[in-house]
Ligand binder design. Structure first.
Ligand SMILES: *Cc1c(COP(=O)(O)O)cnc(C)c1O
Length: 735
């Protein structure tokens, strides 16, 4: 991040220092370094810090939701004094805090992104850590993983999003398996977040022209390693009650509020950057939600005298768009009336008439009935666009073909950059330690080099199997505790509540399915053939199944699926072996992907743009059983997991019946024998071999290091004025 220049002092860095000082003031002198660590999420992907925080006060750490700011505020002074006198503990803190300081102080790496002109990565959600309630699911977690990777790779980048005052919803199931939702106010004082202030010390605000008035937004800063994440917030007394709630809830159901959020994110985001004196070299729109950033950029250029065409050309030259949704219907679109009510006179700022503006958001500009789509608008207003897997690239070229009439489908300018996950965030420390031994220390700096991963083949089978047994055992303990707690909380009988604790067994094949419960993910296939599924669970070589995920509050169908699976557990002979874990979040996701032997994914093709939870599982030695869609279509090689073939063009019922039966066939005929057939030494060598193939083939490819470098390699060189003309000419042709 820029340092030293006066303008950069508007970026919240001073406020972060001040907040750190305040927190340090509550701590004994020897423990002061903890405050600095607590104010940067970099601790969360180290191996040692989470353990160190836990060791301060294990119960408090859990009750504080693994939030070091709360830990520092809430641990008793007596305990802190005791630790301050513990020379070993103090020297450990000093050493680890020193490591983190050195990490943060490393200079940016030379690239086409200059250190003082970072990439602005804009997204409606960021999943950085379970304590920061600014995410709902995969899109956010991917965005968070990317920030962490940019930090590790010393690439100048900043994140731009929304601080939802009520975040995403919390989930409870009742005794019938019906999902109930509730929201809690986000208490930013308890987060490693600070309000950005201006030079006079007042909170920095930007005006966003919305709803025929000016809505004010303030800006929070959260540090993710070297990467600052700026979060907009309209919850200000100066705003009307309705405007204060614009940024209250993630993926709010009300359409006009949703549109106002997108205006806040896009237009407010670009205005906030300007107000902070930050001039990004590229704007990366991660999903269409952020597309109005381009609108604000163009309006700024038009105000300084450019024509719309010239301004749009310049905005395109620095605009990158990643689409994450494979069907037109899944992309947000708004009626002309909704657009008018929220964005009012925006066309005037672009130098367009209203109809010309609406045409930018349609696939077929001449169709006056087509609503304004965020994705068509983003595609039209950026110079580079991509899907998130090879297959999703193909699908996107087909879906958005009409925007480029006369261009052959394969030439539609949408490429793909396959998603990846941030290895240090998702890989268990015990796996990281083991790989140190076989791949050599420092392997995490070269995580996308395949030859390094080949050493996994040399790890003795008993070592891998021992590790998997330990990870499964830890997970089983977690499930026992959580499920008893959840069941009692629902008011279920004690005998039933305790059944889960009794039945979950650390020797049993453990299967996981956890992600947002959207209908296209077809969780219901698991119970589509109930007799066969129940037999699998009751078998003398049984499986135990952990399910987690939230259904969108308005998605009644998905809620029914949750209920169906929930009731499966009450069937004779099953009781306890199928658990639904409430309140899926990043912390729970990590437990699941580390502890499960088999990770199941059943999307209806081609609706899985990528999927990332399976990548997290593979890093920990979990095996995949998935429909050949999204990332699995390019990862599966016949030796590293199992695949349910995708056949498009079937009607939904036929496809479901076929895939449900394929799922059970594979489980019965392949998965169970491979897991339970043991050698003389008690080790399932076939299973372990598959784990090795999976780690060797998936590890180096489906990570954010490879992904970030692909984005970087594709980014155009930053246009200087001479090149700009060329870029303009090209983008005109593209249209
Ligand atoms: C990784 C992750 C997801 C994404 O899961 P998919 O496999 O892409 O559906 C969703 N939610 C959480 C909390 C995650 O960590």
């Amino acid at each position: 991040m820029p340092e030293g220049s006066p303008a950069s002092r508007l970026d919240g860095s001073l406020q972060l220092l001040a907040a750190t000082e305040t927190l340090a003031g509550h701590l004994p002198p020897a423990l002061k370094p903890l405050a600095r660590v607590a104010y940067n999420y970099a601790w969360s992907w180290t191996r040692e810090w989470p353990r160190l925080f836990r060791s301060i006060d294990p119960e408090r750490w859990q009750r504080a939701g693994e939030n070091p700011i709360r830990l520092a505020q809430e641990v008793s002074p007596r305990r802190m004094e005791e630790l301050a006198r513990d020379a070993d503990f103090v020297s450990r803190i000093d050493r680890l805090a020193g490591d983190l300081e050195r990490y943060l102080a490393e200079p940016m790496r030379p690239s086409q992104v200059p250190a003082d002109r970072p990439v602005a990565f804009m997204c409606a959600e960021f999943g950085v850590h379970a304590t920061l309630p600014t995410y709902a699911g995969g899109l956010g977690v991917l965005a968070g993983d990317l920030l962490k990777e940019a930090s590790d790779q010393r690439l100048p980048l900043l994140g731009l999003g929304i601080l939802y005052s009520q975040g995403s919803f919390h989930q409870r199931l009742d005794e019938n398996g019906l999902q109930h939702e509730f929201w809690l106010e986000t208490d930013a004082e308890r987060l490693p977040a600070v309000l950005v202030r201006d030079l006079a010390g007042s909170r920095l605000t930007v005006e966003v022209p919305l709803r025929n008035r000016k809505v004010l937004a303030q800006v929070w800063r959260v540090d993710v390693g070297r990467v600052p994440l700026f979060l907009l917030d309209t919850n200000l007394a100066a705003n009307s009650p309705a405007d204060r709630l614009i940024g209250a809830r993630l993926y709010v159901g009300d359409r006009e509020t949703r549109l106002a959020q997108y205006a806040l994110l896009g237009m407010g985001g670009v205005r906030a950057l300007r107000a902070m004196g930050l001039a990004p070299s590229f704007i990366h729109l991660n999903e269409g939600h952020a597309a109005f950033a381009q609108l604000e950029t163009v309006a700024g250029l038009v105000a300084s005298g450019c024509s719309f065409e010239e301004a749009a050309g310049r905005a395109r030259a620095v605009g990158v768009f990643t689409t994450h949704t494979p069907v037109a219907a899944g992309n947000d679109a708004f009626s002309a009336d909704q657009m008018r009510a929220t964005l009012d006179e925006v066309h005037l700022r672009l130098g367009l008439d209203w109809e010309q503006f609406l045409r930018l958001g349609r696939c077929h500009p001449d169709d006056p009935y087509e609503p304004f789509g965020m994705t068509p608008f983003a595609l039209r207003m950026t110079g580079r666009a991509n899907g998130v897997s090879r297959r999703h690239g193909e699908v996107s070229r087909r879906v958005w073909h009409d925007i480029w009439p006369g261009v052959a489908v394969e030439d539609v300018p949408i490429e793909h950059v396959t998603n990846g996950v941030h290895v240090p965030t998702w890989m268990a420390s015990s796996v990281r330690n083991l790989l140190d031994e076989y791949m050599g220390r420092g392997w995490e700096n070269n995580v996308s080099e395949s030859h390094a991963w080949r050493c996994v083949q040399d790890i003795p089978d008993e070592v891998i199997w021992g590790l998997r047994n330990r990870l499964r055992t830890e997970f089983v303990a977690y499930v026992r505790e959580r499920s008893v707690h959840d069941r009692l909380g629902r008011g279920q009988p004690i005998a039933y509540a305790e059944a889960a604790a009794r039945v979950w067994d650390e020797r049993v094949l453990t299967v996981g399915f956890a992600r947002r419960i959207a209908t296209y993910k077809r969780l219901y296939l698991i119970s589509a053939l109930p007799e066969r599924a129940l037999n699998l669970i009751r078998d003398p070589r049984p499986i135990q199944l952990a399910i987690a995920g939230k259904a969108h509050p308005q998605d009644e169908e998905a809620k029914r699926t949750v209920q169906q699976l929930f009731t499966m557990d009450a069937m004779p002979g099953v009781s306890g072996r199928v658990v639904f874990l409430e309140e899926h979040d990043m912390a729970m996701a990590a437990r699941l992907v580390q502890g499960c032997d088999l990770w199941v994914n059943l999307p209806r093709p081609p609706l899985e743009a990528s999927g990332t939870s399976g990548m997290k599982s593979a890093l920990n030695g979990g095996l995949q059983l998935s429909v050949l869609d999204g990332w699995w279509a390019e990862a599966y090689d016949g030796t590293n997991g199992w695949a349910i073939p995708a056949r498009e063009g079937l009607d939904a019922a036929t496809e479901d019946a076929r895939d449900a039966s394929a799922l059970l066939d594979i489980l019965e005929q392949e998965v169970l024998p491979l897991f339970y057939d043991r050698g003389q030494d008690g080790i399932p060598h076939g299973w372990v071999q598959r784990i090795k193939s999976s780690m060797i083939s998936i590890g180096p490819r489906f990570n954010t290091a490879r992904m970030l470098n692909e984005y970087l390699a594709r980014a155009p060189a930053r246009p200087d004025p001479a090149e700009r003309q060329q870029a303009d000419a090209e983008s005109t042709i593209r249209e």
